[in-house]
Structure formats: structure tokens, C-alpha cells
Design a protein around this ligand. Sequence first.
Ligand SMILES: *Cc1c(COP(=O)(O)O)cnc(C)c1O
Length: 249
Amino acid sequence: MQPKNVSEDRRADLERRLAEVRGRISAACAAAGRDPSEVSLLAVTKTIPAADVAVLIDLGLDAFGENRAQEAAAKAGEIIVLRPAAVPRWHFVGNLQRNKARVVVPWVTRLETVDSVRLADAVDAATRRSHDEGLRAKPVLPVLIQYSVDGDPARGGVPDDALLELASHVAGLPGLELQGLLAVAPLGSDPEEAFAAIAAAAARLRAEHPAATELSAGMSGDMDVAIRHGSTVVRVGTALVGERAITSR
Ligand SMILES: *Cc1c(COP(=O)(O)O)cnc(C)c1O
């Protein structure tokens, strides 16, 4: 399937949105007394076509977040054709089923949603096997632990009382490199309180795992608050690419 060309209108729309998002990140950093280089932008490109991702690459972005294994694998493949010289980084930010680990590990740069020992074990095994089979260049996969602020199992994430145990387990696996934490402020929660709790969890993680410095926190609606609470990666979808189709997640 040949991806469609992106219209001039869409290109201009993406350019304008990217400038706005960058402006928000700089303003939030300035307000928090942080250097903007401490906060990186992960463009969440789930449901948008590879041709749009190619335009974002032309506009200077190099890190993309996806949440469905098959869709993302296909898109990563299309980008190799559309922009052969680009070296995009693909971050998986969705709920990953253990039996899909093998679909993701060949091309993913970082898996941000490890939330159980069983998932960690499956991804560790898949990473090493994928490397042995020549499908994945690096034998180690960088990961973040997904932290659940409210402990609601339905939304994914490890609850507070199991965070450090999971972290030690992940740190002991040869195929995984623990780089930090991802969290989402629960719907309807006070973002100030949620991101303060997330920052506290990230600090506890860092106290035991000093190399786990990344905090993936903040989306279109709350990146400003997240940056004030120490986010190092904001995951931005809607503000950057527009509303997703109603049927999509
Ligand atoms: C979709 C998604 C985002 C982006 O959300 P927006 O509100 O569209 O910016 C960020 N993180 C995760 C895990 C997502 O699934």
C-alpha cells in the first residue's frame, strides 16, 4: 500500500501545531525554572498515517509514541520506505499483552509500559531471542515502569506498594534496561496532586536505581503541570496531530 501524500494544508497545520506545543513546553520550563533541554517531546502518532509521521520527521521530530503493536510495526516499516535516511525512535506507550512482545521488540526503541513481573519476563525473553535471531540489533531493551497513581488495575500500571519490587526485578533482567517511570494522571483527578504523587514515586525509584532518571509524564491537556513536577518526557498526541477518529483509542 502506497501512503497518500500529505496536503499542503495538513503540512501547514502540523507545522503550526508543533510550534504551539514547543511554545507551551518552553513556557512551562521557564515558569518552573527548568532548562527546556531537560524535557523532550514524544509525538504520540497512534492512529495517524505514516505520511503524517514523515512530515513530523521533516519538521525535526525524531521520537514517536505508539500504543498498538501491529499498527506500530506496520508504520515503522512504512517510514523506512518514506524516509530511508531518518532514524526515528519508536516508543511503545500502550498496554502490551505478553503474547505481543515478539511483535514489538524487533523495532521498538523503548517500552514505556512495563507494569508486571510477568510482562517484564516475557519482554526480556522476547528481546534476547529477537536479538539472537538477528531481528533486533541491540540485545538490551530500554524500558520504563508504568506507575498507577490510584492503583486501579483496569487502567494499567503497577500500584504504589509493588513499585520497588517490580523495579528490582526489572533491573535484574539481562535483556532490559530500567530507565525510569511513566505515569498518567487519572481521569477526573486533580492534576497537581496526581503529578506530585508521580514525582514522589519517581524519586523513590531513583533513590534505589540512580540511572532510572526518566519521567514520562504529561499529555496534551496537562503537560504544563507535569513539567512543573519534573517530567522529562511529555507524550503529546491531540495538540500535535489533531483529534483522533472517534473509533480509535
Ligand atoms: C494517546 C496517549 C497520549 C497522548 O494523549 P493526548 O491527550 O492526545 O496528547 C499519551 N500517552 C498515552 C499512554 C496515550 O495512550
